[in-house]
Write a protein that binds this ligand. Structure first.
Ligand code: SAM
Length: 212
């Protein structure tokens, strides 16, 4: 993703009540922050937050956390929350490499990866969010019955993700190579910003759902 520096975004994020600042302190105790015992779903690499905000609106009985590495992108989600506050959603600004310091064993019921950065160079493969290195981290935080949903329009990244899930001993529950023409998998689909952009150009959208 090409980033434009949004001046002042770091300062806004460091004082926003929609952003959890001391996020490692909440490990094993996220329900307390939300004040209920609802399941916890997270999106890693939420970008400007359209998907996770729409999900939070549709599912008030699920707690959501959106994770984003860059302030200049996350700021857009905060601006939207200032207009329409959602009690079941918080944001964290962090690199997902630290995810096991933030959530306890089995604390998360679902992980969403949407249009993750492809990192095309082989030497950067470990940075890809559906890589086996990341799957091993997700394995620690995901509940026993939990699953992971991944969407992308990038064929190489999707092929890589399919190989990696096998190497990490995950199970492929559902897969489509053309989500928008797959009636069953399209049911209840919530579009992301990138999904809208790339599907409107005619790109097929790939999706899998995996579990252990
Ligand atoms: N999910 C959004 C969508 O589908 O519209 C945004 C997709 S954008 C291509 C990928 C986002 O993931 C970027 O905002 C990027 O900063 C974020 N990202 C990439 N690697 C990350 C990491 N290791 N930890 C947290 N966020 C990450």
């Amino acid at each position: 993703m090409r980033l434009r520096n949004v001046s002042g975004s770091r300062e806004v994020i460091s004082t926003s009540r929609f952003v959890v600042q001391d996020f490692k302190e909440h490990k094993n105790n996220w329900n307390k922050l939300f004040g209920n015992s609802n399941p916890l779903h997270i999106e890693i690499g939420m970008g400007k937050g359209r998907f996770i905000m729409d999900m939070a609106k549709l599912n008030p009985d699920i707690n959501y956390i959106g994770i984003e590495k860059y302030s200049s992108v996350l700021i857009r989600g905060i601006q939207k929350m200032e207009v329409e506050e959602l009690p079941n959603l918080y944001f964290i600004r962090m690199d997902a490499e630290e995810i096991t310091d933030v959530f306890g064993q089995g604390e998360v019921s679902k992980i969403y990866l949407n249009f993750s950065d492809p990192w095309p160079k082989d030497r950067h493969a470990k940075r890809r969010l559906p890589s086996r290195e990341f799957l091993n981290r997700y394995n620690e935080i995901l509940s026993k019955e939990g699953n992971l949903e991944f969407k992308t329009d990038n064929k190489e990244l999707f092929t890589f993700a399919l190989e990696q899930l096998e190497l990490a001993n995950w199970h492929l529950d559902k897969v489509t190579y053309d989500l928008h023409n797959d009636e069953a998998m399209m049911e209840g689909n919530v579009m992301t910003e990138y999904e809208e952009k790339f599907s409107s150009k005619g790109n097929p959208i790939y999706k899998y759902i995996i579990s252990r």
